[in-house]
Write a protein that binds this ligand. Structure first.
Ligand SMILES: [Zn+2]
Length: 61
């Protein structure tokens, strides 16, 4: 396998990564069952519903 004569420095690699990568805030949607905010494609944390079915038991504290 060919070995590159010069490798990019860690700083150069990280600078390129930082320039081309954007962080975004976590997305939230309303649960259609209880209207609590929940992450898309995840079961609701407060009622345990996903796609109009209860799939996770939720224990009251
Ligand atoms: Zn819910």
């Amino acid at each position: 396998m060919a070995v590159p004569k010069k490798r990019k420095s860690k700083a150069a690699k990280r600078a390129r990564y930082a320039a081309n990568t954007k962080l975004s805030a976590a997305k939230f949607q309303r649960c259609p069952n209880c209207f609590a905010p929940r992450r898309p494609h995840r079961a609701c944390g407060s009622c345990g519903f996903y796609r109009e079915e209860q799939i996770v038991e939720v224990f009251e504290v």
